[in-house]
Design a protein around this ligand. Structure first.
Ligand code: GDP
Ligand code: IMO
Ligand code: MG
Length: 421
Protein backbone atom coordinates (compact mmCIF):
# COMPACT_ATOMS: atom_id res chain seq x y z
CA UNK A 1 0.00 0.00 0.00
CA UNK A 2 1.10 3.57 -0.68
CA UNK A 3 0.99 7.09 0.68
CA UNK A 4 -0.49 9.37 -1.98
CA UNK A 5 0.57 12.96 -1.42
CA UNK A 6 -1.36 16.15 -2.18
CA UNK A 7 0.75 19.25 -2.49
CA UNK A 8 0.16 22.83 -3.53
CA UNK A 9 2.33 23.75 -6.51
CA UNK A 10 2.07 27.53 -6.17
CA UNK A 11 2.07 29.91 -3.20
CA UNK A 12 -0.63 28.14 -1.18
CA UNK A 13 -4.44 28.32 -1.22
CA UNK A 14 -4.65 26.25 -4.40
CA UNK A 15 -7.70 24.36 -3.10
CA UNK A 16 -6.01 21.47 -1.26
CA UNK A 17 -8.77 21.23 1.37
CA UNK A 18 -11.46 20.74 -1.26
CA UNK A 19 -9.46 18.05 -3.03
CA UNK A 20 -8.68 16.11 0.14
CA UNK A 21 -12.38 16.18 0.95
CA UNK A 22 -13.30 15.03 -2.57
CA UNK A 23 -10.78 12.18 -2.49
CA UNK A 24 -11.39 10.89 1.04
CA UNK A 25 -14.02 8.30 0.11
CA UNK A 26 -11.02 6.46 -1.41
CA UNK A 27 -8.90 6.74 1.76
CA UNK A 28 -9.64 5.83 5.35
CA UNK A 29 -6.60 7.72 6.64
CA UNK A 30 -5.67 11.37 6.00
CA UNK A 31 -2.48 12.80 7.48
CA UNK A 32 -1.10 16.34 7.72
CA UNK A 33 2.71 16.28 7.55
CA UNK A 34 3.95 19.87 7.90
CA UNK A 35 2.95 23.44 8.59
CA UNK A 36 0.52 24.44 11.29
CA UNK A 37 -2.33 26.90 11.80
CA UNK A 38 -0.87 29.19 9.13
CA UNK A 39 -2.85 26.89 6.82
CA UNK A 40 -6.50 27.57 6.04
CA UNK A 41 -8.12 24.74 4.07
CA UNK A 42 -11.69 25.35 2.92
CA UNK A 43 -14.28 22.63 2.38
CA UNK A 44 -17.77 23.21 1.01
CA UNK A 45 -20.56 20.67 0.84
CA UNK A 46 -24.34 20.48 1.41
CA UNK A 47 -24.47 24.29 1.51
CA UNK A 48 -22.00 24.42 4.42
CA UNK A 49 -18.49 25.84 4.53
CA UNK A 50 -15.67 24.91 6.91
CA UNK A 51 -12.13 26.24 7.21
CA UNK A 52 -9.61 23.89 8.81
CA UNK A 53 -6.22 24.99 10.15
CA UNK A 54 -4.75 21.98 11.92
CA UNK A 55 -7.28 19.16 11.65
CA UNK A 56 -6.82 17.10 8.46
CA UNK A 57 -9.51 17.61 5.82
CA UNK A 58 -10.75 14.01 6.04
CA UNK A 59 -12.58 14.78 9.30
CA UNK A 60 -16.04 15.18 7.73
CA UNK A 61 -16.04 11.63 6.35
CA UNK A 62 -17.47 8.95 8.60
CA UNK A 63 -14.97 6.48 10.09
CA UNK A 64 -11.97 8.41 8.79
CA UNK A 65 -8.70 8.48 10.73
CA UNK A 66 -7.04 11.91 10.75
CA UNK A 67 -3.42 12.07 11.78
CA UNK A 68 -1.54 15.21 12.75
CA UNK A 69 2.00 14.08 11.95
CA UNK A 70 5.34 14.78 13.61
CA UNK A 71 6.21 17.43 11.02
CA UNK A 72 3.30 19.66 12.05
CA UNK A 73 3.49 22.47 14.63
CA UNK A 74 0.38 22.63 16.81
CA UNK A 75 -1.19 25.48 18.73
CA UNK A 76 -3.36 23.69 21.33
CA UNK A 77 -5.74 26.68 21.59
CA UNK A 78 -6.41 26.74 17.85
CA UNK A 79 -6.70 22.95 17.68
CA UNK A 80 -9.23 22.71 20.51
CA UNK A 81 -11.21 25.65 19.15
CA UNK A 82 -11.34 24.01 15.74
CA UNK A 83 -12.55 20.74 17.23
CA UNK A 84 -15.28 22.56 19.20
CA UNK A 85 -16.51 24.19 15.97
CA UNK A 86 -16.55 20.87 14.10
CA UNK A 87 -18.48 19.25 16.97
CA UNK A 88 -20.90 22.20 17.13
CA UNK A 89 -21.70 21.52 13.47
CA UNK A 90 -22.85 18.05 14.50
CA UNK A 91 -19.73 16.20 13.38
CA UNK A 92 -18.24 13.91 16.03
CA UNK A 93 -14.45 13.82 16.26
CA UNK A 94 -14.01 11.34 19.12
CA UNK A 95 -11.35 8.79 18.21
CA UNK A 96 -11.00 10.24 14.72
CA UNK A 97 -8.01 12.53 15.36
CA UNK A 98 -4.58 11.23 16.35
CA UNK A 99 -1.76 13.57 17.31
CA UNK A 100 1.91 12.67 16.97
CA UNK A 101 3.95 12.78 20.18
CA UNK A 102 6.70 14.31 18.09
CA UNK A 103 4.66 17.24 16.75
CA UNK A 104 6.03 20.47 18.21
CA UNK A 105 3.86 22.84 20.23
CA UNK A 106 3.36 26.52 19.46
CA UNK A 107 3.49 28.55 22.70
CA UNK A 108 1.83 31.95 23.21
CA UNK A 109 5.35 33.43 23.31
CA UNK A 110 6.09 31.92 19.87
CA UNK A 111 3.30 34.08 18.50
CA UNK A 112 4.71 37.15 20.22
CA UNK A 113 8.16 36.36 18.82
CA UNK A 114 6.67 36.02 15.34
CA UNK A 115 5.13 39.49 15.67
CA UNK A 116 8.31 40.95 17.18
CA UNK A 117 10.53 39.52 14.44
CA UNK A 118 8.20 40.74 11.69
CA UNK A 119 8.09 44.21 13.28
CA UNK A 120 11.91 44.24 13.45
CA UNK A 121 12.11 43.53 9.70
CA UNK A 122 10.29 46.77 8.89
CA UNK A 123 9.75 47.10 5.12
CA UNK A 124 11.34 43.68 4.51
CA UNK A 125 8.67 41.79 6.43
CA UNK A 126 7.57 38.41 5.13
CA UNK A 127 3.87 38.94 5.69
CA UNK A 128 3.69 36.01 8.10
CA UNK A 129 0.29 34.81 9.31
CA UNK A 130 1.71 35.55 12.81
CA UNK A 131 0.66 32.15 14.13
CA UNK A 132 4.09 31.50 15.63
CA UNK A 133 5.17 29.10 12.88
CA UNK A 134 8.71 30.40 12.29
CA UNK A 135 9.66 30.64 15.99
CA UNK A 136 8.20 27.17 16.74
CA UNK A 137 10.20 25.54 13.93
CA UNK A 138 13.26 27.54 15.03
CA UNK A 139 13.00 25.96 18.49
CA UNK A 140 12.51 22.53 16.91
CA UNK A 141 15.68 22.83 14.82
CA UNK A 142 17.69 24.41 17.63
CA UNK A 143 16.65 21.48 19.83
CA UNK A 144 14.83 23.43 22.50
CA UNK A 145 11.19 22.93 21.47
CA UNK A 146 8.31 21.40 23.41
CA UNK A 147 6.57 18.43 21.83
CA UNK A 148 3.02 17.12 22.16
CA UNK A 149 4.37 14.00 23.91
CA UNK A 150 5.88 16.21 26.62
CA UNK A 151 2.41 17.06 27.95
CA UNK A 152 2.18 13.45 29.18
CA UNK A 153 5.23 13.83 31.41
CA UNK A 154 5.28 15.16 35.00
CA UNK A 155 8.04 17.68 34.25
CA UNK A 156 6.02 19.39 31.50
CA UNK A 157 5.40 22.49 33.65
CA UNK A 158 9.12 22.92 34.26
CA UNK A 159 10.00 22.51 30.59
CA UNK A 160 7.31 24.98 29.59
CA UNK A 161 8.46 27.58 32.14
CA UNK A 162 12.09 27.29 30.94
CA UNK A 163 11.15 27.80 27.28
CA UNK A 164 8.83 30.68 28.14
CA UNK A 165 11.65 32.39 30.08
CA UNK A 166 13.96 32.03 27.09
CA UNK A 167 11.32 33.62 24.87
CA UNK A 168 10.67 36.48 27.30
CA UNK A 169 14.39 37.26 27.32
CA UNK A 170 14.41 37.32 23.50
CA UNK A 171 11.35 39.57 23.45
CA UNK A 172 13.00 41.93 25.92
CA UNK A 173 16.06 42.10 23.64
CA UNK A 174 13.77 43.03 20.76
CA UNK A 175 12.03 45.59 22.97
CA UNK A 176 8.66 44.02 22.20
CA UNK A 177 5.79 44.47 24.70
CA UNK A 178 4.48 41.25 26.25
CA UNK A 179 1.12 42.54 27.43
CA UNK A 180 -1.60 39.91 27.59
CA UNK A 181 0.80 37.00 27.80
CA UNK A 182 -0.51 35.86 31.21
CA UNK A 183 -4.09 35.65 29.93
CA UNK A 184 -2.97 33.82 26.80
CA UNK A 185 -0.95 31.45 28.92
CA UNK A 186 -3.99 30.54 31.04
CA UNK A 187 -6.02 29.67 27.94
CA UNK A 188 -3.07 27.78 26.44
CA UNK A 189 -2.57 25.68 29.59
CA UNK A 190 -6.32 24.91 29.67
CA UNK A 191 -6.11 23.68 26.07
CA UNK A 192 -2.99 21.64 26.88
CA UNK A 193 -4.97 19.98 29.68
CA UNK A 194 -7.72 19.07 27.18
CA UNK A 195 -5.07 17.64 24.88
CA UNK A 196 -3.55 15.62 27.68
CA UNK A 197 -6.81 14.16 28.96
CA UNK A 198 -9.02 13.85 25.88
CA UNK A 199 -6.65 13.24 23.03
CA UNK A 200 -4.87 10.29 21.50
CA UNK A 201 -1.24 11.41 21.55
CA UNK A 202 0.59 8.61 19.82
CA UNK A 203 3.77 7.30 18.23
CA UNK A 204 2.44 8.34 14.85
CA UNK A 205 5.26 6.92 12.74
CA UNK A 206 4.42 3.41 14.01
CA UNK A 207 0.67 4.03 13.57
CA UNK A 208 1.10 5.37 10.02
CA UNK A 209 3.21 2.39 8.97
CA UNK A 210 0.75 -0.06 10.56
CA UNK A 211 -2.23 1.62 8.90
CA UNK A 212 -0.34 1.54 5.61
CA UNK A 213 -0.44 -2.25 5.70
CA UNK A 214 -4.25 -2.05 5.63
CA UNK A 215 -4.80 0.55 2.89
CA UNK A 216 -3.54 3.64 1.07
CA UNK A 217 -3.08 6.84 3.05
CA UNK A 218 -3.63 10.37 1.79
CA UNK A 219 -1.00 12.89 2.94
CA UNK A 220 -2.34 16.45 2.96
CA UNK A 221 0.22 19.15 2.29
CA UNK A 222 -0.16 22.70 3.52
CA UNK A 223 1.11 25.93 1.95
CA UNK A 224 2.66 25.54 -1.51
CA UNK A 225 5.94 24.55 -3.14
CA UNK A 226 6.92 28.16 -3.81
CA UNK A 227 6.73 28.77 -0.04
CA UNK A 228 9.02 25.81 0.76
CA UNK A 229 11.87 26.69 3.13
CA UNK A 230 14.46 25.30 0.67
CA UNK A 231 12.95 25.78 -2.76
CA UNK A 232 10.59 28.72 -2.28
CA UNK A 233 11.44 32.36 -2.84
CA UNK A 234 13.64 32.55 0.28
CA UNK A 235 13.40 34.41 2.63
CA UNK A 236 9.76 35.03 1.66
CA UNK A 237 8.76 31.50 2.58
CA UNK A 238 7.30 29.51 5.43
CA UNK A 239 9.49 27.44 7.75
CA UNK A 240 8.69 23.87 6.67
CA UNK A 241 9.20 21.46 3.76
CA UNK A 242 6.06 21.89 1.72
CA UNK A 243 7.26 19.68 -1.14
CA UNK A 244 6.57 15.95 -1.47
CA UNK A 245 9.73 14.97 0.42
CA UNK A 246 8.21 16.67 3.48
CA UNK A 247 5.65 13.85 3.64
CA UNK A 248 8.45 11.33 4.31
CA UNK A 249 10.06 13.29 7.15
CA UNK A 250 6.77 14.69 8.44
CA UNK A 251 5.13 11.27 8.82
CA UNK A 252 7.99 8.80 9.07
CA UNK A 253 7.32 6.96 5.81
CA UNK A 254 10.07 5.72 3.51
CA UNK A 255 10.40 7.33 0.05
CA UNK A 256 9.58 3.98 -1.60
CA UNK A 257 6.16 4.07 0.08
CA UNK A 258 5.12 7.22 -1.79
CA UNK A 259 2.54 6.51 -4.50
CA UNK A 260 0.80 9.20 -6.51
CA UNK A 261 2.01 12.77 -6.09
CA UNK A 262 -0.98 14.97 -6.80
CA UNK A 263 -0.01 18.54 -7.59
CA UNK A 264 -2.75 21.12 -7.15
CA UNK A 265 -2.67 24.46 -8.98
CA UNK A 266 -5.07 27.28 -9.73
CA UNK A 267 -5.80 28.12 -13.38
CA UNK A 268 -4.15 31.45 -12.45
CA UNK A 269 -1.89 32.38 -9.50
CA UNK A 270 -2.28 33.98 -6.10
CA UNK A 271 0.07 34.87 -3.29
CA UNK A 272 -0.56 36.31 0.21
CA UNK A 273 2.19 38.21 1.98
CA UNK A 274 5.41 39.61 0.54
CA UNK A 275 7.86 38.20 -1.99
CA UNK A 276 8.34 37.88 -5.73
CA UNK A 277 5.37 37.16 -7.96
CA UNK A 278 6.48 37.58 -11.59
CA UNK A 279 3.02 37.35 -13.20
CA UNK A 280 1.24 39.54 -10.65
CA UNK A 281 -1.42 41.84 -12.11
CA UNK A 282 -1.95 45.31 -10.68
CA UNK A 283 -4.82 46.14 -13.03
CA UNK A 284 -8.54 45.50 -13.46
CA UNK A 285 -7.92 41.92 -14.57
CA UNK A 286 -6.16 41.14 -11.26
CA UNK A 287 -9.02 42.84 -9.44
CA UNK A 288 -11.52 40.72 -11.37
CA UNK A 289 -9.65 37.52 -10.35
CA UNK A 290 -9.72 38.65 -6.71
CA UNK A 291 -13.42 39.44 -6.86
CA UNK A 292 -14.60 36.43 -8.87
CA UNK A 293 -12.31 34.04 -6.98
CA UNK A 294 -13.07 35.55 -3.53
CA UNK A 295 -9.32 35.75 -3.11
CA UNK A 296 -9.16 36.70 0.54
CA UNK A 297 -7.09 34.61 2.99
CA UNK A 298 -8.90 31.77 4.78
CA UNK A 299 -6.67 32.29 7.85
CA UNK A 300 -6.02 36.04 7.99
CA UNK A 301 -8.68 37.52 5.68
CA UNK A 302 -5.96 39.43 3.80
CA UNK A 303 -6.56 40.21 0.11
CA UNK A 304 -4.55 37.77 -2.01
CA UNK A 305 -2.35 39.13 -4.78
CA UNK A 306 -3.51 37.76 -8.16
CA UNK A 307 -1.88 37.13 -11.54
CA UNK A 308 -1.63 34.83 -14.57
CA UNK A 309 -0.57 31.20 -14.40
CA UNK A 310 3.23 30.93 -14.30
CA UNK A 311 4.53 27.80 -16.04
CA UNK A 312 8.15 28.55 -15.10
CA UNK A 313 7.24 28.29 -11.42
CA UNK A 314 4.82 25.38 -12.04
CA UNK A 315 7.40 23.28 -13.93
CA UNK A 316 9.89 23.96 -11.12
CA UNK A 317 7.44 22.77 -8.44
CA UNK A 318 6.55 19.69 -10.47
CA UNK A 319 10.24 18.86 -10.87
CA UNK A 320 11.06 19.20 -7.18
CA UNK A 321 8.15 17.02 -6.02
CA UNK A 322 7.85 14.66 -8.98
CA UNK A 323 4.13 15.30 -9.42
CA UNK A 324 2.55 12.35 -11.23
CA UNK A 325 -0.79 14.04 -11.87
CA UNK A 326 -2.14 17.57 -11.82
CA UNK A 327 -5.44 18.93 -10.55
CA UNK A 328 -6.47 22.34 -11.91
CA UNK A 329 -8.64 24.51 -9.68
CA UNK A 330 -10.83 27.58 -10.08
CA UNK A 331 -10.98 27.76 -13.88
CA UNK A 332 -14.54 29.10 -13.39
CA UNK A 333 -13.04 32.31 -11.99
CA UNK A 334 -11.94 33.21 -15.54
CA UNK A 335 -15.33 32.42 -17.17
CA UNK A 336 -15.81 36.04 -18.31
CA UNK A 337 -12.28 36.72 -19.55
CA UNK A 338 -11.80 37.63 -23.24
CA UNK A 339 -8.25 36.31 -23.13
CA UNK A 340 -6.32 34.11 -20.75
CA UNK A 341 -2.55 34.45 -20.52
CA UNK A 342 0.07 32.05 -19.27
CA UNK A 343 3.78 32.74 -18.69
CA UNK A 344 5.97 30.22 -20.56
CA UNK A 345 9.41 31.76 -19.84
CA UNK A 346 10.99 34.92 -18.44
CA UNK A 347 13.11 37.50 -20.17
CA UNK A 348 15.99 38.39 -17.89
CA UNK A 349 18.93 40.73 -18.47
CA UNK A 350 18.49 40.67 -22.25
CA UNK A 351 18.12 36.89 -22.48
CA UNK A 352 15.37 34.32 -22.07
CA UNK A 353 15.23 31.77 -19.27
CA UNK A 354 12.89 28.94 -18.38
CA UNK A 355 14.40 28.64 -14.88
CA UNK A 356 13.10 30.21 -11.71
CA UNK A 357 15.86 32.61 -10.58
CA UNK A 358 17.76 32.38 -7.28
CA UNK A 359 17.64 36.13 -6.62
CA UNK A 360 14.30 37.31 -5.22
CA UNK A 361 14.79 40.70 -6.86
CA UNK A 362 15.76 39.34 -10.31
CA UNK A 363 14.13 41.72 -12.83
CA UNK A 364 12.23 39.02 -14.70
CA UNK A 365 9.58 39.88 -17.28
CA UNK A 366 7.16 37.05 -18.07
CA UNK A 367 6.84 35.99 -21.71
CA UNK A 368 3.19 35.17 -22.25
CA UNK A 369 1.25 32.86 -24.50
CA UNK A 370 -2.29 34.10 -25.03
CA UNK A 371 -5.45 31.96 -25.25
CA UNK A 372 -9.00 32.83 -26.20
CA UNK A 373 -11.31 32.95 -23.17
CA UNK A 374 -14.21 30.48 -23.06
CA UNK A 375 -16.75 33.16 -22.15
CA UNK A 376 -19.31 30.82 -20.67
CA UNK A 377 -20.13 29.58 -17.18
CA UNK A 378 -18.57 26.18 -16.46
CA UNK A 379 -19.65 25.51 -12.87
CA UNK A 380 -22.42 23.14 -13.96
CA UNK A 381 -20.05 21.06 -16.13
CA UNK A 382 -19.51 17.54 -14.78
CA UNK A 383 -17.82 15.75 -17.68
CA UNK A 384 -15.03 16.62 -20.06
CA UNK A 385 -17.59 16.77 -22.92
CA UNK A 386 -19.41 19.60 -21.11
CA UNK A 387 -16.30 21.80 -20.98
CA UNK A 388 -15.73 24.49 -23.63
CA UNK A 389 -13.07 23.75 -26.26
CA UNK A 390 -11.13 26.93 -25.40
CA UNK A 391 -10.64 25.67 -21.82
CA UNK A 392 -9.60 22.22 -23.05
CA UNK A 393 -7.03 23.89 -25.37
CA UNK A 394 -5.64 25.74 -22.34
CA UNK A 395 -5.44 22.50 -20.34
CA UNK A 396 -3.79 20.60 -23.21
CA UNK A 397 -1.17 23.33 -23.48
CA UNK A 398 -0.42 23.04 -19.73
CA UNK A 399 -0.05 19.27 -20.11
CA UNK A 400 2.35 19.72 -23.04
CA UNK A 401 4.40 22.27 -21.15
CA UNK A 402 4.64 20.24 -17.94
CA UNK A 403 4.61 16.69 -19.29
CA UNK A 404 2.09 15.71 -16.59
CA UNK A 405 -1.60 14.87 -17.15
CA UNK A 406 -4.30 17.16 -15.74
CA UNK A 407 -6.60 14.53 -14.26
CA UNK A 408 -9.12 16.75 -12.55
CA UNK A 409 -10.65 20.15 -13.21
CA UNK A 410 -12.45 21.94 -10.39
CA UNK A 411 -15.24 24.24 -11.56
CA UNK A 412 -16.53 25.61 -8.25
CA UNK A 413 -15.92 25.48 -4.50
CA UNK A 414 -18.44 22.76 -3.71
CA UNK A 415 -17.46 19.11 -3.32
CA UNK A 416 -19.71 18.27 -6.29
CA UNK A 417 -18.31 20.89 -8.69
CA UNK A 418 -15.66 18.72 -10.28
CA UNK A 419 -14.76 17.20 -13.65
CA UNK A 420 -12.66 14.03 -13.70
CA UNK A 421 -10.73 13.39 -16.89
P1 GDP B 1 -6.18 25.54 0.42
O1 GDP B 1 -5.44 26.31 1.46
O2 GDP B 1 -5.27 25.04 -0.66
O3 GDP B 1 -7.04 24.45 0.97
O4 GDP B 1 -7.15 26.58 -0.29
P2 GDP B 1 -8.06 27.71 0.45
O5 GDP B 1 -9.19 27.04 1.11
O6 GDP B 1 -7.21 28.61 1.27
O7 GDP B 1 -8.49 28.59 -0.79
C1 GDP B 1 -9.18 28.05 -1.88
C2 GDP B 1 -10.51 28.80 -2.01
O8 GDP B 1 -11.07 28.54 -3.28
C3 GDP B 1 -11.55 28.34 -1.01
O9 GDP B 1 -12.38 29.43 -0.69
C4 GDP B 1 -12.33 27.28 -1.78
O10 GDP B 1 -13.68 27.13 -1.31
C5 GDP B 1 -12.32 27.87 -3.15
N1 GDP B 1 -12.33 26.90 -4.26
C6 GDP B 1 -11.76 25.68 -4.35
N2 GDP B 1 -11.93 25.17 -5.59
C7 GDP B 1 -12.61 26.09 -6.29
C8 GDP B 1 -13.05 26.17 -7.65
O11 GDP B 1 -12.82 25.29 -8.47
N3 GDP B 1 -13.73 27.32 -8.01
C9 GDP B 1 -13.97 28.32 -7.15
N4 GDP B 1 -14.63 29.39 -7.60
N5 GDP B 1 -13.56 28.29 -5.87
C10 GDP B 1 -12.88 27.19 -5.45
P1 IMO C 1 -2.51 27.02 2.96
O1 IMO C 1 -2.19 25.67 3.56
C1 IMO C 1 -1.03 30.88 1.57
C2 IMO C 1 2.45 32.56 3.65
C3 IMO C 1 2.21 33.81 4.47
C4 IMO C 1 3.58 34.45 4.37
C5 IMO C 1 4.52 33.24 4.40
C6 IMO C 1 5.09 32.93 5.78
O2 IMO C 1 -3.83 27.54 3.34
O3 IMO C 1 -2.25 26.99 1.49
P2 IMO C 1 4.10 31.95 8.05
O4 IMO C 1 2.84 32.23 8.80
O5 IMO C 1 4.25 30.55 7.61
O6 IMO C 1 5.31 32.46 8.77
O7 IMO C 1 4.02 32.85 6.71
O8 IMO C 1 3.77 32.14 3.94
N1 IMO C 1 1.55 31.42 3.99
C7 IMO C 1 0.52 31.02 3.24
N2 IMO C 1 0.02 31.54 2.10
N3 IMO C 1 -1.55 29.74 2.09
C8 IMO C 1 -1.04 29.20 3.21
O9 IMO C 1 -1.43 28.00 3.68
C9 IMO C 1 0.02 29.86 3.86
N4 IMO C 1 0.74 29.62 4.98
C10 IMO C 1 1.68 30.57 5.05
O10 IMO C 1 1.20 34.60 3.91
O11 IMO C 1 3.73 35.08 3.13
MG1 MG D 1 -5.49 28.20 2.38
Amino acid sequence: MKVDVIIGLQWGDEGKGKIVDVLTPKYKVVARFQGGPNAGHTLEFDGKKFVLHTVPSGIFRENSVNIIGNGVVVDPVILMDEIRKINAAGVPTGGKILLSKKAHLILPTHRLLDAAQEAAKGGAKIGSTLKGIGPAYTDKVSRSGLRAGDVLHPDFGKKYAALKQKHLALLAQLGYPCSGVDEQEKEWLRSVEHLRTEFAIIDSEYEVNELLKQGDILAEGAQGSMLDVDFGSYPFVTSSSTVCAGACTGLGVAPGKIGEVIGIFKAYCTRVGSGPFPTELHDDVGEQMRRQGSEFGATTGRARRCGWLDLVALRYSIMVSGATQLFMMKADVMDNFDTVKVAVAYSLNGGVTDRYPYEVDAPVEPIYREFRGWKKPISSCRTQQDLPQELLDYVTFIEQQTGVPVKFISVGPDRSETVLR
